[in-house]
Design a protein around this ligand. Structure first.
Ligand SMILES: [Mn+2]
Length: 102
C-alpha cells in the first residue's frame, strides 16, 4: 500500500516452476486491475536457477523499481535481500517453504 500510494514501480517475482509461475500470474493479474506501475520477472532456469537472483535485483535497480514482491521463494535469501536493500529496493517475501537451519 505504501508503494502504491507513492506511485513506485513494483516487480512481481517468482520461481520458474509451476507454483512460482502461477503465483506470479495470480498476483500480477490481481494487482494490474488496480495499479499500472507493475511488471513481472521469472528467472531463467539454467542461468539464474531457483530463488532470488542477483540479475533480477540489478534489473529492478536499472528500471527504477523500488519494491519486489517475491512469490514461492526468498525465505533464505538473506544476502540477496541485503544486496537489494543497499540499492534502496524493498522486498515482500511470500514463500511457503520452511527455512531449516541456515
Ligand atoms: Mn516452486
Amino acid at each position: 500500500l505504501t508503494a502504491i500510494r507513492k506511485n513506485e514501480n513494483i516487480l512481481i517475482y517468482g520461481d520458474y516452476d509451476v507454483d512460482g509461475t502461477t503465483s506470479v500470474a495470480l498476483v500480477y493479474s490481481f494487482l494490474k486491475l488496480r495499479y499500472n506501475n507493475l511488471s513481472f520477472y521469472i528467472p531463467d532456469r539454467y542461468s539464474e536457477g531457483y530463488g532470488i537472483s542477483t540479475r533480477a535485483i540489478d534489473f529492478a535497480c536499472n528500471n527504477n523499481i523500488s519494491l519486489i514482491i517475491a512469490l514461492d521463494c526468498g525465505i533464505k535469501a538473506v544476502e540477496k535481500i541485503a544486496y537489494a536493500k543497499a540499492k534502496k529496493i524493498d522486498f515482500i517475501i511470500c514463500d511457503h517453504h520452511i527455512c531449516q537451519g541456515k
